[in-house]
Design a binder for this molecule. Structure first.
Ligand code: HEC
Length: 136
């Protein structure tokens, strides 16, 4: 009995409280706080997509690229709403286009083209960071 009430308390702490926090966050527009989550995911997938392309793991590479395109789309929407950084909107759009080009290239068996898009995307991170990281 005691262990099950402890389990319930743990469940509340681990599952219910973060869920409540997520609902509150979702009700607002994207905030600066979302950036850390997006950026860590962008960081991971931009490395993984290059590895997966090089290893001919096409399905995994396509999944990474689709997630990158989604995340760059969220970032684009953030900077559009923000209205103060048109260059960051443009950089988000070009990153999204590079990510979207990867599945297209892989579908055409253009592995070199896919690898080049992934590398160009990874090389463009600092263009945005130089101007916008950290948020002022
Ligand atoms: C269009 C703009 C833009 C692009 C492109 C961009 N970033 Fe960022 N990134 C930011 C901003 C803005 C921050 C600072 C967020 C903050 O201060 O909370 C940031 C922060 C980060 C951080 C730190 C996150 C943390 O936990 O504090 C990492 C890691 C990162 N970016 C990785 C990347 C990588 C890797 C790429 C390219 C594959 C990339 N970013 C592309 C705007 C961008």
């Amino acid at each position: 009995m005691r262990s099950s009430s402890r389990a319930r308390a743990t469940f509340a702490a681990v599952v219910v409280i973060p869920l409540a926090a997520t609902v509150v966050t979702a009700a607002r527009a994207a905030s600066v706080l979302d950036f850390d989550v997006w950026m860590r995911a962008i960081d991971k997938h931009s490395v993984d997509v290059q590895k997966n392309i090089a290893a001919n793991r096409t399905d995994a590479a396509v999944a990474d690229a689709q997630e990158l395109a989604r995340l760059y789309g969220l970032m684009e929407a953030y900077f559009v709403d923000d209205g103060h950084a048109p260059d960051a909107v443009t950089m988000s759009q070009s990153g999204k286009a590079l990510a979207a080009a990867i599945p297209t290239a892989l579908a055409a068996r253009d592995v070199d083209g896919a690898a080049k898009s992934a590398l160009d995307l990874a090389h463009a991170c600092n263009d945005c960071h130089d101007n916008h990281k950290p948020f002022q």
